[in-house]
Ligand binder design. Structure first.
Ligand SMILES: CCCCC/C=C/CC(=O)SCCNC(=O)CCNC(=O)[C@H](O)C(C)(C)COP(=O)(O)OP(=O)(O)OC[C@H]1O[C@@H](n2cnc3c(N)ncnc32)[C@H](O)[C@@H]1OP(=O)(O)O
Length: 395
């Protein structure tokens, strides 16, 4: 379970700043440290700044060590009250700090400097190796993007986590869509790497709490969600989902904004919002009743009924279902043929079909995001996330 920070790789300074904040090592605290510093004060301050520049997420264990050493170096031994059992993040931080016992401030400072220096050298060497891969992936950590036969393929690439969508991933998808809207391709395709299409929102997104607390987290998440969905509403080219396996949550709702949805017969479609104390997003409160009629939409969006690929086809959410054994071959043959059609005619046709709904969709998206911002602060939602991570609940 990710106790602090974001799981997965962190691409840039922004993310690391967020991680650092979640560990409560703000730069403002440096003035406290100055009084306690001896000979290596400069080294320590410089190490604190270098943490911001690390390109790779060092992982929760290391982040906890950094936090503990920082607190020990600046405040001495831990003597604050132990957080409650369910305050998982603060308890993990408190445990890490408390474990340092009476370690002298000078030693903690030195250990902090040594730890950061080790992280920097491993980060430098791994970024050298990565620079080769970057040429292919064009700077995306969580997606594999390829362009071939006038088709840009955006593949979700966290198979070990069932392609659950982290905040980094939402941002990378927005960048990828922006790039695809301007490249030479005629069609843009979304698919997943591994056995899942996507298990939806990564629930660890709810555990990385910024200094402003959960209200700030909910507000930022609602903005990110709204911006993310807006990119799909506005995407100008034919957008195709190649649903290679089960799809959950936002990976399903957003399909209502795609132009074609091809599914393997292994795929399932599940929107368990009421199980999670949440409400529909991705404009599904509007697109699903429109696509499948209100009764079937309610079964999915309120009661969380999981559809097979065949059922999703019967409801109109899926364009066509293929046997899994021939899925990739059949779908890509079809898409390659489509991609040779007249580019401008396809794009203009999409505008004619979609444009008259755009304004409405943006308004619905804003409203769904606003409602979710409130939902994320509810006990129902928080308990559901806790249950998932304590292995009490799985879909
Ligand atoms: C900016 C914010 C926008 C928010 C928009 C809101 C969107 C709403 C939604 O999307 S709601 C849907 C949320 N998704 C879920 O609730 C799915 C939770 N996952 C599961 O129930 C199961 O993992 C499963 C049914 C998808 C797959 O079960 P299975 O037994 O086959 O596999 P594992 O559970 O062992 O999964 C392998 C590892 O992947 C991790 N994982 C899978 N999905 C998620 C997820 N959504 N969030 C976080 N982590 C996920 C799982 O924890 C395993 O990790 P581990 O190997 O480290 O244990």
């Amino acid at each position: 379970m990710a106790l602090v920070g974001v799981s997965g790789r962190l691409a840039g300074c922004y993310c690391l700043r967020a991680v650092r904040s979640s560990l409560q090592v703000p730069a403002l605290q440096l003035h406290i440290s100055k009084t306690a510093m001896g000979a290596c004060q400069k080294d320590f301050e410089s190490a604190v700044n270098q943490v911001k520049l690390l390109k790779k997420d060092p992982g929760n264990e290391v982040k906890l060590k950094l936090y503990a050493l920082y607190k020990q170096a600046t405040e001495g031994p831990c003597n604050t009250p132990k957080p409650g059992l369910f305050d998982l993040i603060n308890k993990a931080k408190w445990d890490a700090w408390n474990a340092l016992g009476n370690l002298p401030k000078e030693t903690a400072r030195q250990n902090y400097v040594d730890l950061v220096s080790g992280l920097r050298s491993s980060s430098d060497s791994s970024s050298q190796v990565k620079s080769e891969a970057d040429k292919k992936r064009a700077g995306y950590d969580t997606l594999v993007i390829t362009s071939e036969d006038c088709i840009t393929k955006i593949m979700l690439n966290r198979p070990a986590k069932k392609n659950a969508l982290t905040t980094q991933m939402y941002r990378e998808i927005m960048l990828a869509l922006e790039a695809a809207s301007k490249d030479d391709s005629t069609i843009t395709v979304f698919t997943g790497n591994g056995d899942y299409y996507s298990s939806g929102n990564d629930l660890t997104n709810f555990t990385d709490i910024p200094p402003g607390g959960i209200e700030e987290k909910a507000k930022n998440s609602a903005i990110l969600l709204r911006d993310f969905v807006d990119c799909f509403i506005d995407f100008p080219k034919p957008l195709v989902a190649v649903v290679n396996g089960p799809a959950v949550g936002i990976a399903v709702t957003i399909l209502g904004l795609f132009d074609l949805v091809y599914a393997s017969d292994r795929a399932t479609f599940h929107t368990p919002f009421s199980h999670l104390g949440q409400t529909p997003e991705g404009c599904s409160s509007y697109t699903f009743p429109k696509i499948m009629g209100p009764a079937k939409a309610v079964e999915m969006l309120i009661f969380g009924k999981k559809l097979t690929a065949g059922e999703a086809y019967a409801q109109g959410l899926v364009t066509e279902v293929f046997p899994d054994s021939t899925f990739q071959k059949e779908v890509w043959t079809r898409l390659k043929a489509y991609s040779k059609l007249s580019q401008n005619a396809m794009h203009i046709s999409k505008q004619i079909i979609r444009n008259h709904e755009k304004e409405k969709l943006h308004a619905i998206n804003a409203e769904e995001s606003r409602i979710l911002q409130e939902r994320w602060l509810s006990d129902e939602c928080m308990n559901a996330v806790m249950d998932f991570f304590s292995r009490k609940a799985k879909l």
